[in-house]
Write a protein that binds this ligand. Sequence first.
Ligand SMILES: NC(=O)c1ccc[n+]([C@@H]2O[C@H](COP(=O)([O-])OP(=O)(O)OC[C@H]3O[C@@H](n4cnc5c(N)ncnc54)[C@H](OP(=O)(O)O)[C@@H]3O)[C@@H](O)[C@H]2O)c1
Length: 291
Amino acid sequence: MKILITGANGQLGTDLCRMLNGHQLIPLTIDDGDICDFSFIKRAIVSNRPDVIINTAAYVRVDDCEDNRDLAYRVNALGARNVAVAAEDINALLLHISTDYVFGGEKESHNQPYTEFDHPFPCNTYGESKLAGDNYVKHLCRRHIIVRSSALFGIAGAMGKGGNFVETMLRLGSEKDEIRVVNDQVFSPTFTYDLAIRIAQLIETEYYGVINVTNSGTCSWYDFAVEIMKEAGLNTHVIPVSSAEYPTRARRPAYSVLDNYQAKLLNLKEMRPWKEALHAYFKQKQATGNV
Ligand SMILES: NC(=O)c1ccc[n+]([C@@H]2O[C@H](COP(=O)([O-])OP(=O)(O)OC[C@H]3O[C@@H](n4cnc5c(N)ncnc54)[C@H](OP(=O)(O)O)[C@@H]3O)[C@@H](O)[C@H]2O)c1
Protein backbone atom coordinates (compact mmCIF):
# COMPACT_ATOMS: atom_id res chain seq x y z
CA MET A 1 0.00 0.00 0.00
CA LYS A 2 0.97 3.62 -0.44
CA ILE A 3 0.78 5.33 2.98
CA LEU A 4 1.20 9.05 3.70
CA ILE A 5 2.11 9.89 7.30
CA THR A 6 1.95 13.41 8.73
CA GLY A 7 4.08 14.28 11.77
CA ALA A 8 6.44 11.56 10.52
CA ASN A 9 9.32 12.54 12.83
CA GLY A 10 7.17 12.80 15.98
CA GLN A 11 7.04 10.06 18.62
CA LEU A 12 4.26 8.09 16.99
CA GLY A 13 5.20 9.06 13.43
CA THR A 14 8.73 7.69 13.91
CA ASP A 15 7.47 4.30 15.11
CA LEU A 16 4.87 4.18 12.34
CA CYS A 17 7.55 4.76 9.72
CA ARG A 18 9.59 1.91 11.21
CA MET A 19 6.60 -0.41 11.53
CA LEU A 20 5.22 0.23 8.05
CA ASN A 21 8.50 0.25 6.12
CA GLY A 22 7.38 -2.70 3.97
CA HIS A 23 4.89 -0.32 2.37
CA GLN A 24 5.52 2.59 0.05
CA LEU A 25 5.75 5.47 2.54
CA ILE A 26 5.34 9.21 2.05
CA PRO A 27 6.57 10.64 5.37
CA LEU A 28 5.72 14.33 5.83
CA THR A 29 7.24 16.52 8.52
CA ILE A 30 6.67 20.17 9.36
CA ASP A 31 9.74 20.91 7.20
CA ASP A 32 7.86 19.61 4.14
CA GLY A 33 4.85 21.77 4.91
CA ASP A 34 2.21 22.76 7.43
CA ILE A 35 -1.07 20.80 7.66
CA CYS A 36 -2.75 24.16 8.30
CA ASP A 37 -1.87 25.14 4.74
CA PHE A 38 -4.72 23.61 2.75
CA SER A 39 -3.09 24.03 -0.64
CA PHE A 40 0.08 22.25 0.60
CA ILE A 41 -1.72 19.29 2.12
CA LYS A 42 -4.17 18.97 -0.77
CA ARG A 43 -1.31 18.98 -3.28
CA ALA A 44 0.70 16.44 -1.23
CA ILE A 45 -2.30 14.10 -1.02
CA VAL A 46 -3.77 14.51 -4.49
CA SER A 47 -0.42 14.29 -6.32
CA ASN A 48 0.72 11.17 -4.37
CA ARG A 49 -2.72 9.47 -4.23
CA PRO A 50 -1.96 7.33 -1.14
CA ASP A 51 -4.29 4.45 -0.24
CA VAL A 52 -4.01 5.39 3.43
CA ILE A 53 -3.28 8.66 5.24
CA ILE A 54 -2.24 8.60 8.89
CA ASN A 55 -2.57 12.00 10.53
CA THR A 56 -0.39 12.15 13.65
CA ALA A 57 0.53 15.85 13.29
CA ALA A 58 -0.83 17.91 16.16
CA TYR A 59 -0.04 20.72 18.57
CA VAL A 60 0.41 18.49 21.62
CA ARG A 61 1.81 20.80 24.29
CA VAL A 62 -1.20 20.81 26.59
CA ASP A 63 -0.29 23.84 28.74
CA ASP A 64 0.89 25.91 25.76
CA CYS A 65 -2.48 25.30 24.08
CA GLU A 66 -4.08 27.44 26.82
CA ASP A 67 -1.85 30.40 25.87
CA ASN A 68 -2.04 29.77 22.13
CA ARG A 69 -5.69 28.91 21.64
CA ASP A 70 -5.76 30.01 18.00
CA LEU A 71 -2.74 27.88 17.12
CA ALA A 72 -4.28 24.87 18.91
CA TYR A 73 -7.48 25.20 16.86
CA ARG A 74 -5.59 25.95 13.67
CA VAL A 75 -3.46 22.77 13.87
CA ASN A 76 -5.67 20.33 15.78
CA ALA A 77 -9.03 21.29 14.28
CA LEU A 78 -8.47 23.03 10.92
CA GLY A 79 -5.34 20.99 10.11
CA ALA A 80 -7.33 17.77 10.64
CA ARG A 81 -10.13 19.25 8.51
CA ASN A 82 -7.69 19.94 5.67
CA VAL A 83 -6.38 16.38 5.75
CA ALA A 84 -9.95 15.00 5.88
CA VAL A 85 -11.12 17.03 2.87
CA ALA A 86 -8.14 15.97 0.76
CA ALA A 87 -8.46 12.31 1.87
CA GLU A 88 -12.14 12.29 0.87
CA ASP A 89 -11.23 13.82 -2.47
CA ILE A 90 -9.20 10.73 -3.44
CA ASN A 91 -11.34 8.24 -1.42
CA ALA A 92 -8.36 7.34 0.79
CA LEU A 93 -8.67 5.74 4.22
CA LEU A 94 -7.85 8.39 6.83
CA LEU A 95 -6.59 7.14 10.18
CA HIS A 96 -6.57 10.13 12.50
CA ILE A 97 -5.02 10.16 15.98
CA SER A 98 -7.06 11.49 18.89
CA THR A 99 -6.65 11.65 22.64
CA ASP A 100 -8.10 10.63 26.02
CA TYR A 101 -8.18 14.38 26.78
CA VAL A 102 -11.45 14.70 24.84
CA PHE A 103 -12.86 13.36 28.16
CA GLY A 104 -12.71 14.41 31.77
CA GLY A 105 -14.55 17.72 31.84
CA GLU A 106 -17.72 16.47 33.54
CA LYS A 107 -18.74 18.11 36.83
CA GLU A 108 -19.23 14.84 38.69
CA SER A 109 -16.17 12.63 39.05
CA HIS A 110 -15.86 9.78 36.56
CA ASN A 111 -14.14 6.56 37.55
CA GLN A 112 -15.32 4.16 34.87
CA PRO A 113 -13.18 3.80 31.74
CA TYR A 114 -14.57 5.74 28.76
CA THR A 115 -15.71 3.60 25.82
CA GLU A 116 -15.86 4.71 22.19
CA PHE A 117 -19.60 5.25 22.73
CA ASP A 118 -19.25 7.76 25.59
CA HIS A 119 -19.93 11.38 24.88
CA PRO A 120 -16.70 13.46 24.89
CA PHE A 121 -16.47 16.40 27.30
CA PRO A 122 -13.00 18.00 27.31
CA CYS A 123 -11.68 20.15 30.14
CA ASN A 124 -8.93 22.08 28.36
CA THR A 125 -8.13 23.80 25.06
CA TYR A 126 -6.00 20.92 23.77
CA GLY A 127 -8.88 18.46 24.30
CA GLU A 128 -11.45 20.87 22.82
CA SER A 129 -9.36 21.50 19.72
CA LYS A 130 -8.63 17.78 19.23
CA LEU A 131 -12.35 17.01 19.59
CA ALA A 132 -13.12 19.63 16.94
CA GLY A 133 -10.60 17.84 14.68
CA ASP A 134 -12.26 14.47 15.34
CA ASN A 135 -15.62 15.95 14.38
CA TYR A 136 -14.28 17.35 11.11
CA VAL A 137 -12.78 13.94 10.28
CA LYS A 138 -16.10 12.20 11.05
CA HIS A 139 -18.14 14.59 8.96
CA LEU A 140 -15.82 15.23 6.02
CA CYS A 141 -14.16 11.88 5.29
CA ARG A 142 -16.33 8.80 4.87
CA ARG A 143 -13.52 6.23 5.17
CA HIS A 144 -12.11 7.20 8.56
CA ILE A 145 -10.74 5.50 11.64
CA ILE A 146 -10.19 7.71 14.69
CA VAL A 147 -7.71 6.13 17.11
CA ARG A 148 -7.84 7.54 20.65
CA SER A 149 -4.81 6.93 22.82
CA SER A 150 -3.21 8.40 25.92
CA ALA A 151 0.05 9.52 27.60
CA LEU A 152 2.32 8.47 24.73
CA PHE A 153 5.97 7.61 25.20
CA GLY A 154 8.13 6.69 22.22
CA ILE A 155 11.78 6.42 21.33
CA ALA A 156 11.69 9.64 19.27
CA GLY A 157 11.02 11.40 22.60
CA ALA A 158 14.36 10.04 23.79
CA MET A 159 16.18 11.30 20.69
CA GLY A 160 15.69 14.95 21.53
CA LYS A 161 12.50 15.13 19.46
CA GLY A 162 9.94 16.83 21.68
CA GLY A 163 10.59 14.72 24.78
CA ASN A 164 8.02 12.82 26.82
CA PHE A 165 7.11 12.19 30.47
CA VAL A 166 9.61 9.32 30.80
CA GLU A 167 12.51 11.48 29.61
CA THR A 168 11.41 14.40 31.82
CA MET A 169 11.37 12.11 34.87
CA LEU A 170 14.79 10.67 33.97
CA ARG A 171 16.23 14.17 33.66
CA LEU A 172 14.72 15.31 36.98
CA GLY A 173 15.70 12.04 38.63
CA SER A 174 19.33 12.53 37.65
CA GLU A 175 19.32 16.14 38.92
CA LYS A 176 17.38 15.88 42.20
CA ASP A 177 17.12 13.65 45.28
CA GLU A 178 13.37 14.05 45.44
CA ILE A 179 10.63 15.07 43.04
CA ARG A 180 6.93 15.80 43.53
CA VAL A 181 4.53 14.17 41.08
CA VAL A 182 0.75 14.40 40.79
CA ASN A 183 -1.12 11.38 42.16
CA ASP A 184 -4.75 12.25 41.41
CA GLN A 185 -4.87 11.97 37.61
CA VAL A 186 -5.47 8.43 36.37
CA PHE A 187 -4.91 7.16 32.80
CA SER A 188 -3.21 4.39 30.77
CA PRO A 189 0.33 5.17 29.54
CA THR A 190 0.90 3.92 25.99
CA PHE A 191 4.09 3.00 24.13
CA THR A 192 4.01 4.40 20.57
CA TYR A 193 5.68 1.20 19.33
CA ASP A 194 2.68 -0.85 20.55
CA LEU A 195 0.25 1.73 19.21
CA ALA A 196 1.99 1.59 15.81
CA ILE A 197 1.58 -2.21 15.72
CA ARG A 198 -2.17 -1.85 16.32
CA ILE A 199 -2.44 0.92 13.70
CA ALA A 200 -0.64 -1.31 11.17
CA GLN A 201 -3.34 -3.93 11.80
CA LEU A 202 -6.22 -1.45 11.63
CA ILE A 203 -5.31 0.02 8.25
CA GLU A 204 -5.68 -3.46 6.75
CA THR A 205 -9.33 -3.57 7.94
CA GLU A 206 -12.55 -1.71 7.36
CA TYR A 207 -13.11 -1.07 11.08
CA TYR A 208 -14.27 2.48 10.45
CA GLY A 209 -15.18 4.78 13.34
CA VAL A 210 -13.60 5.52 16.72
CA ILE A 211 -11.37 2.96 18.41
CA ASN A 212 -9.54 3.31 21.71
CA VAL A 213 -5.99 1.94 21.72
CA THR A 214 -3.95 2.02 24.93
CA ASN A 215 -1.64 -0.30 26.81
CA SER A 216 -3.62 -2.15 29.48
CA GLY A 217 -3.72 -1.21 33.17
CA THR A 218 -4.01 2.22 34.73
CA CYS A 219 -1.90 4.48 36.92
CA SER A 220 -1.35 8.05 38.08
CA TRP A 221 1.60 10.22 37.01
CA TYR A 222 3.07 9.41 40.45
CA ASP A 223 2.80 5.63 39.87
CA PHE A 224 4.26 6.10 36.39
CA ALA A 225 7.20 8.11 37.79
CA VAL A 226 7.90 5.49 40.50
CA GLU A 227 8.05 2.76 37.84
CA ILE A 228 10.33 4.89 35.63
CA MET A 229 12.80 5.39 38.52
CA LYS A 230 12.67 1.64 39.20
CA GLU A 231 13.39 0.76 35.55
CA ALA A 232 16.23 3.29 35.42
CA GLY A 233 17.73 2.15 38.74
CA LEU A 234 17.47 5.67 40.18
CA ASN A 235 17.00 6.18 43.93
CA THR A 236 15.16 9.50 43.55
CA HIS A 237 12.40 9.82 46.17
CA VAL A 238 9.09 10.39 44.41
CA ILE A 239 6.57 12.28 46.55
CA PRO A 240 2.87 12.07 45.66
CA VAL A 241 1.09 15.45 45.49
CA SER A 242 -2.40 16.56 44.49
CA SER A 243 -3.20 18.55 41.35
CA ALA A 244 -4.12 21.45 43.69
CA GLU A 245 -0.54 21.41 45.04
CA TYR A 246 0.89 21.35 41.50
CA PRO A 247 -1.14 23.89 39.51
CA THR A 248 -0.71 23.93 35.72
CA ARG A 249 -2.06 26.32 33.07
CA ALA A 250 -4.29 23.62 31.61
CA ARG A 251 -6.76 21.71 33.74
CA ARG A 252 -6.29 17.97 33.32
CA PRO A 253 -8.81 15.15 33.70
CA ALA A 254 -8.80 13.40 37.09
CA TYR A 255 -9.65 10.23 35.23
CA SER A 256 -9.21 9.61 31.50
CA VAL A 257 -8.83 5.84 31.23
CA LEU A 258 -9.98 4.56 27.83
CA ASP A 259 -11.80 1.23 27.71
CA ASN A 260 -10.51 -0.60 24.61
CA TYR A 261 -14.08 -1.77 24.14
CA GLN A 262 -14.19 -1.85 20.33
CA ALA A 263 -11.05 -4.01 20.35
CA LYS A 264 -12.86 -6.46 22.64
CA LEU A 265 -15.91 -6.48 20.35
CA LEU A 266 -13.63 -7.09 17.37
CA ASN A 267 -11.74 -9.89 19.21
CA LEU A 268 -8.45 -8.02 18.89
CA LYS A 269 -5.75 -9.08 21.34
CA GLU A 270 -5.53 -6.94 24.48
CA MET A 271 -2.50 -4.63 24.46
CA ARG A 272 0.27 -5.59 26.90
CA PRO A 273 0.31 -3.96 30.38
CA TRP A 274 1.90 -0.49 30.48
CA LYS A 275 4.67 -1.66 32.86
CA GLU A 276 5.79 -4.28 30.32
CA ALA A 277 5.63 -1.65 27.59
CA LEU A 278 7.77 0.71 29.70
CA HIS A 279 10.32 -2.06 30.20
CA ALA A 280 10.40 -2.59 26.42
CA TYR A 281 10.92 1.17 25.93
CA PHE A 282 14.03 1.04 28.13
CA LYS A 283 15.29 -2.00 26.21
CA GLN A 284 14.75 -0.19 22.87
CA LYS A 285 16.56 2.86 24.18
CA GLN A 286 19.51 0.69 25.12
CA ALA A 287 19.49 -1.06 21.74
CA THR A 288 19.43 2.26 19.88
CA GLY A 289 22.14 3.79 22.07
CA ASN A 290 19.78 6.45 23.50
CA VAL A 291 20.59 5.82 27.17
N1 LIG B 1 1.79 12.82 23.38
C1 LIG B 1 0.76 12.30 24.04
O1 LIG B 1 0.82 12.05 25.24
C2 LIG B 1 -0.52 12.02 23.30
C3 LIG B 1 -1.58 11.40 23.98
C4 LIG B 1 -2.75 11.09 23.28
C5 LIG B 1 -2.85 11.39 21.95
N2 LIG B 1 -1.82 12.01 21.32
C6 LIG B 1 -1.97 12.32 19.90
O2 LIG B 1 -1.08 11.46 19.21
C7 LIG B 1 -0.56 12.13 18.06
C8 LIG B 1 0.95 11.99 18.01
O3 LIG B 1 1.50 12.54 19.20
P1 LIG B 1 3.07 12.50 19.47
O4 LIG B 1 3.26 12.31 20.93
O5 LIG B 1 3.73 11.61 18.51
O6 LIG B 1 3.41 14.03 19.15
P2 LIG B 1 4.78 14.67 18.61
O7 LIG B 1 5.94 13.81 18.96
O8 LIG B 1 4.78 16.10 19.02
O9 LIG B 1 4.55 14.58 17.03
C9 LIG B 1 3.67 15.45 16.37
C10 LIG B 1 4.37 15.88 15.10
O10 LIG B 1 3.51 16.78 14.38
C11 LIG B 1 4.32 17.84 13.88
N3 LIG B 1 3.49 19.02 13.68
C12 LIG B 1 3.06 19.89 14.63
N4 LIG B 1 2.32 20.86 14.06
C13 LIG B 1 2.32 20.61 12.73
C14 LIG B 1 1.74 21.26 11.60
N5 LIG B 1 1.04 22.38 11.76
N6 LIG B 1 1.93 20.74 10.37
C15 LIG B 1 2.67 19.61 10.20
N7 LIG B 1 3.24 18.95 11.23
C16 LIG B 1 3.07 19.44 12.48
C17 LIG B 1 5.36 18.05 14.95
O11 LIG B 1 6.47 18.75 14.44
P3 LIG B 1 7.31 19.72 15.46
O12 LIG B 1 7.64 18.88 16.64
O13 LIG B 1 8.48 20.12 14.65
O14 LIG B 1 6.38 20.83 15.81
C18 LIG B 1 5.69 16.62 15.34
O15 LIG B 1 6.70 16.08 14.54
C19 LIG B 1 -1.11 13.54 18.10
O16 LIG B 1 -2.21 13.63 17.25
C20 LIG B 1 -1.55 13.72 19.54
O17 LIG B 1 -2.62 14.63 19.65
C21 LIG B 1 -0.66 12.31 21.95
